[in-house]
Design a protein. Structure first.
Length: 178
């Protein structure tokens, strides 16, 4: 039975690498944000507005506990998931946790082109975006670093890099293909 939790900041590649890794290892892939949206039939942004951050984080924790019961699964968590409640301890207790570490400059270049899909980033100029990323990483890093594994996800820009990263993560996690 395999249960893997990917953690990391937005733009780290949790969905990109997670989907590719799950496909290669014949695991189910669950994006926790998408799972929440499917369960409540609302976007994460709508749930945030409706319940506030504290209320949303409670919903997120409940859904995390639900998906953590699944077997042979790779779960891509929201960027903030490890930073609330006992979520990191919980994930560490029931699966392999992997922090996708990405250089802030790489995150900036990824998020700069994806600003329109991420409401929290809209309206920020380049300088504001860089500062936002650096400050958020500083706050979240103590939580992220509690993952059992740290994986450099700087190189996910093309299919070859993604495939190489899948192989490296497979080696890191000592997983044998089924």
């Amino acid at each position: 039975m395999i249960r893997i939790f990917l953690t990391g900041y937005m733009g780290a590649g949790k969905t990109t690498l997670g989907k590719a890794f799950a496909r290669k290892m014949n695991l189910s892939f669950i994006d926790l944000d998408w799972y929440i949206e499917g369960h409540f039939h609302k976007t994460v942004q709508e749930l945030f507005l409706e319940h506030g951050e504290e209320g949303f984080r409670e919903l997120e924790r409940n859904m995390l506990h639900e998906v953590a019961l699944f077997e042979n699964v790779l779960i891509s968590t929201g960027g903030g998931t490890p930073c609330f409640f006992d979520n990191m301890d919980f994930m560490n207790s029931c699966g392999k946790t992997v922090f996708l570490s990405v250089n802030p400059d790489v995150l900036f270049s990824r998020l700069r082109v994806a600003k329109q899909q991420r409401p929290i980033l809209q309206g920020k100029n380049d300088e504001e975006l860089k500062l936002f990323i650096i400050e958020a990483l500083e706050k979240r890093m103590p939580h992220y670093l509690r993952a059992k594994y740290i994986f450099c996800a700087d190189e996910l820009e093309n299919l070859n890099q993604i495939e190489n990263s899948v192989q490296k993560m497979k080696t890191l996690l000592e997983i044998v293909e089924s």
